[in-house]
Ligand binder design. Structure first.
Ligand SMILES: NC(=O)C1=CN([C@@H]2O[C@H](COP(=O)(O)OP(=O)(O)OC[C@H]3O[C@@H](n4cnc5c(N)ncnc54)[C@H](O)[C@@H]3O)[C@@H](O)[C@H]2O)C=CC1
Ligand SMILES: O=C(CO)COP(=O)(O)O
Length: 356
């Protein structure tokens, strides 16, 4: 039986929360996902402040109710406010949502630590692991910002930012080791176009988001090479088996990997031309070298930085990840992208995949 379930019957309420139940929330990060998530929360009726690095972004959000660089053509709620002053943004917030590139999270969390009032819930919206340590973002929230584990949550699922910003109906998963925290965040992060589900499997929910990025890069690579739907479906299916093996070895529940945060996000990311990971993969498949791809990407493609640490963790646990290894080889320039799919079933270096 799936462990997914609507947090409460109250989930059916899709109107804005009454003013007396509105919470003071903060979203850290003014990119495409941070801005979209802040809109979700403000549309739900909450009092939301965004922290953005660049003062000019704050001015645009406050005055024009737009964030043109990341969400072109999207009108933001007039109630949504932004500031580039972190202390001002966080003061009085009951829940802090984090949406910066994973490699910058540690530094932000160190700065944030003394600003957090006791009892503040911190939610990671990020889908990367720290390159130097292999840590998941929720681990960093606990270890670096000192937030007790029961007050840490993660959000994941098939959540292409621009589609949600355009208010297209979508589902998201909120996971925390403490059910009360997951339910609380799920109740806050829902509105007429976003429905929240709860899961207690933090490892699976978080790794689902991280790992599907790798498979989206692989699918982008074969697309860029010019291969068709069979190849892409083969990479996605074998990719799901591979990332499930990894996540389960890391402590995830297998069901999570066929839920919204696993299969759901895998489908969305591998099929969307808006996905940055898919786009980065397609550039690699078209023959651009890693550094050129990084140069061309204007937004964060987390998978490019997660491949290395994921492979290191897999090696420690004896998990075979042939597709992820091939992505790494393409990134290093040691594998011709056109050879990625032929290597799918068997290769000189890897055993024949189990099953199928
Ligand atoms: N865009 C999407 O559709 C979704 C993204 N995510 C995840 O959300 C996280 C953030 O991604 P996006 O918002 O999409 O990235 P983005 O590339 O659109 O924006 C990143 C933002 O972080 C800021 N930033 C960069 N370095 C920083 C630093 N040192 N300190 C503070 N801020 C810094 C940038 O100025 C920018 O505002 C990633 O982990 C991503 O995987 C998750 C779900 C959906
Ligand atoms: O996580 C995402 C969708 O759920 C966004 O994917 P990209 O980072 O590849 O754009």
């Amino acid at each position: 039986m799936s462990e997914y379930y609507p947090p409460t019957t109250e989930i059916g309420i899709v109107g804005a929360v009454p003013r007396e139940r509105a919470e003071r929330l903060v979203v850290l990060g003014g990119g495409s996902w941070g801005t979209t998530f802040a809109k979700v929360l403000a549309d739900a009726g909450h009092d939301v402040v965004m922290w953005v690095r660049r003062p000019e972004s704050a001015v645009e959000i406050n005055d024009a109710h737009r964030n043109t660089r990341y969400l072109a053509g999207v009108n933001l709620p007039p109630t949504l406010r932004a500031t580039s002053d972190l202390g001002e943004a966080v003061a009085g917030a009951t829940i802090v949502f984090l949406s910066v590139p994973a490699q910058t999270a540690r530094e932000l969390l160190e700065t944030l630590r003394p600003m957090l009032a006791p009892g503040t819930v911190v939610v990671s919206l990020m889908k990367g692991v720290e390159r130097s340590t292999g840590s998941r973002m929720s681990q960093l929230v606990h270890e670096v910002a000192g937030v007790e584990e029961g007050l840490v949550a993660v959000a994941s699922g098939p959540n292409i930012a621009l589609e949600i910003a355009r208010e297209q109906p979508t589902a998201i998963v909120i996971a925390s080791p403490l059910e009360a925290t997951a339910v609380r965040v799920a109740r806050v992060a829902r509105n007429a176009y976003l429905r929240s589900f709860v899961n207690l499997d933090v490892i699976g929910t978080e790794f689902g988001g991280v790992l599907k990025n790798l498979i989206a890069i692989a699918v982008g690579i074969v697309d860029g090479v010019g291969y068709g739907e069979n190849t892409k479906a083969s990479v996605m299916t074998r990719g799901l088996a591979e990332i499930t093996d990894f996540a389960v070895a890391m402590g995830a529940r297998p069901e999570t990997m066929i839920g919204l945060a696993g299969l759901g996000d895998l489908i969305a990311t591998c099929e969307s031309p808006m996905s940055r990971n898919f786009t980065a993969g397609r550039l690699l498949g078209q023959g651009y070298a890693f550094q050129e791809v990084v140069h061309r990407m204007e937004q964060t493609a987390e998978g490019l930085r997660s491949v290395g640490p994921v492979l290191a963790l897999a090696a420690e646990r004896g998990v075979s990840m042939p597709i992820s290894q091939q992505i790494q080889d393409v990134l290093l320039g040691t594998l011709d992208p056109a050879r990625l799919a032929p290597h799918l079933a068997t290769s000189d270096d890897h055993d024949t995949p189990r099953g199928e």
